[in-house]
Ligand binder design. Structure first.
Ligand SMILES: Nc1nc2c(c(=O)[nH]1)N[C@H]1C(S)=C(S)[C@@H](COP(=O)(O)O)O[C@H]1N2
Ligand SMILES: [Mo]
Length: 302
């Protein structure tokens, strides 16, 4: 069974108004192949203080067990993954189920840059400039049926290209899930890029989920299937060890992991940034997402 081994921001930083800006306004920050584009006024203002980690840090310190359990294994092994062509099956409780070419999906969405905090359950964190689009837009494309309450996600399982899957480290394929309202939240994105460049394989190319207020393992990589369901779906880490990894796994400094504190985190990076810093409720996105969990006991439904 898998076992895990064992990081300046102000209140203003935790309020990314830009996440709710009109799509047209965000075009100022769109990246569309132009490298890291200059961000528009309001976008820049609201992301000040979030100094992103470097390309090297983000792409060399990874968790992607399909390529090995070491932090540098994915960078070493994921180059062999074929990410083009890429198809995503969308099924379950949707109006237009089917197998979609990624190019077909990307033709219909607007890519934006989102600079998000990223907090792993192992208590390290980074700040990452993703390129992506809102998952809500993809769900709208597929047409969510009445009765759907959750969204399930599945990673590619291709042992020939994924040496880590030749061992029963996890019950492959890697799977994750969100409640439908979480999936539709404007902070929830499907990432296709990093620093305005295509997503490196080790970071989950060509398409991965990013849910910035949840522990990193919820942000499933290299997605090939999205299923709308009525019941809470299988989620790999949750099912592997439900005592340690809840289905929700919202970042919460007050609910410790059974084997370590979640009150603080090590910000990956050199110099002053590598000091420990307090972990923020919902990873700093409390104003945006707390209402999703009103009335829920966050210690019980962790
Ligand atoms: N398919 C798959 N997705 C995955 C993982 C994995 O092992 N396999 N690891 C998760 C964990 S634990 C984290 S912290 C993030 C790491 O993302 P990064 O390597 O891009 O920083 O990916 C998540 N998504
Ligand atoms: Mo993680």
């Amino acid at each position: 069974m898998a076992h895990r081994w064992t990081n300046d921001l102000t209140r203003a930083d935790a309020t990314p108004e830009w996440a709710f800006l009109n799509r047209r306004q965000l075009m100022a920050g769109a990246v569309a192949g132009a490298g890291l584009a200059a961000l528009g006024g309001p976008v820049r203002a609201a992301t000040e203080g979030l100094e992103p980690n470097s390309w090297d840090e983000i792409t060399n310190y990874c968790n992607y067990y399909e390529f090995g359990t070491g932090k540098t294994d994915p960078a070493a092994n994921a180059g062999a993954l074929t990410t083009d062509p890429w198809q995503v099956r969308i099924d379950g409780l949707v109006e237009r189920s089917g197998t979609y070419d990624l190019t077909q999906i990307l033709d219909q969405v607007t890519l934006e840059e989102r600079i998000y905090r990223f907090r792993c359950v192992e208590a390290w964190s980074m700040v990452i400039p993703w390129t992506g689009f809102e998952l809500a837009d993809l769900l709208e494309m597929a047409g969510v049926q009445e009765g759907a309450r959750y969204v399930a996600f599945e990673t590619l399982y291709r042992p020939e290209e994924m040496p880590g899957t030749r061992y029963p480290v996890l019950d492959w394929p890697y799977r994750e899930g969100l409640r439908l309202d979480e999936a539709r939240h404007p902070l929830t994105i499907m990432a296709t890029g990093l620093y305005g460049k295509p997503l490196p394989n080790q970071n989950g190319a060509p398409l991965r989920l990013v849910v910035p207020w949840k522990y990193g393992f919820k942000s499933i990589k290299s997605i090939v299937r999205i299923t709308l369901t009525e019941d809470e779906p299988y989620a790999t880490w949750n099912r592997t060890n439900p005592r340690e990894y809840g289905f929700y796994s919202n970042v919460n400094p007050e609910v410790d992991h059974p084997r370590w504190s979640q009150a603080s985190e090590r910000r990956v990076g050199g110099g002053l940034l590598s000091r420990r810093q307090p972990t923020l409720m919902f990873n700093g996105y409390e104003n945006e997402v707390a209402s999703l969990y009103e009335g829920m006991d966050l210690a019980k439904l962790f």
